[in-house]
Design a protein around this ligand. Structure first.
Ligand code: AR6
Length: 179
């Protein structure tokens, strides 16, 4: 596994990476979960910029990503992405989840961001099974990093102990796989 990928247990709003990722919805107007926590901690400047983006380019598609200020957060930027809602696994959910991670990383590179923290996208309100999401998230990020050296760290910040141990197990499994 790429050593630039790091797992941590905690609150994404407290991370000191240059950018943190928000698991948003297409309206970009806020919500519960990570989205609510990020807007609450970052203050109104984030929502104001989200509204400008929606006025300019419309709602954010599933798998897409947009960048705003980090407002009052330690992170300078928030990258808002929209993961897929789990609908049984046969509605392109895997591809859309991978797109969400990849588009966040591509946007980070465009803005010369060298460190980024992800939550576990789609595995809360959107009900994507975390046992399936974890290896997909990790392998998608590893594949992206394998071809690029502009990023120093990609941190996965897992909120609960159970989420953290599922990601850790997936990380170890991917590490053992011959590459
Ligand atoms: N830091 C890190 N992870 C967190 C935090 C936090 N502060 N809070 C929750 N999590 P969710 P989704 C974890 O529901 O499934 C919103 O209403 C949580 O335990 O935040 O992509 C949006 O507006 C879970 O593992 O995002 C959308 O409508 C993970 O973050 C919808 O929810 C993702 O859970 C998006 O749903």
């Amino acid at each position: 596994m790429d050593k630039r990928i790091v797992l941590a247990q905690g609150d994404i709003t407290r991370q000191d990476t240059a950018a943190i990722v928000n698991a948003a919805n297409s309206s970009l107007l806020g919500g519960g979960g990570v989205d609510g926590a990020i807007h609450a901690a970052g203050g109104p400047a984030i929502l104001a910029e989200c509204k400008q983006i929606v006025a300019r380019q419309g709602r954010c598609p599933v798998g897409g990503a947009v960048l705003t200020t980090g407002g009052n957060l330690k992170a300078r930027y928030v990258i808002h992405t929209v993961g897929p809602v789990w609908r049984g696994g046969r509605h392109n959910e895997d591809k859309l989840l991978a797109d969400a991670y990849t588009n966040c990383l591509a946007l980070a590179l465009e803005h010369h961001i060298r460190s980024i923290a992800f939550p576990s996208i789609s595995t809360g309100a959107y009900r994507f099974p975390i046992e399936r999401a974890a290896p997909l998230a990790l392998s998608t990020v590893a594949a992206f990093l394998a071809e690029r050296d502009q990023l120093d760290q990609v941190r996965f910040v897992l909120f609960g102990e159970r989420d953290f141990s599922i990601y850790r197990a997936a990380y170890e499994r991917l590490t053992q796989e011959p590459s």
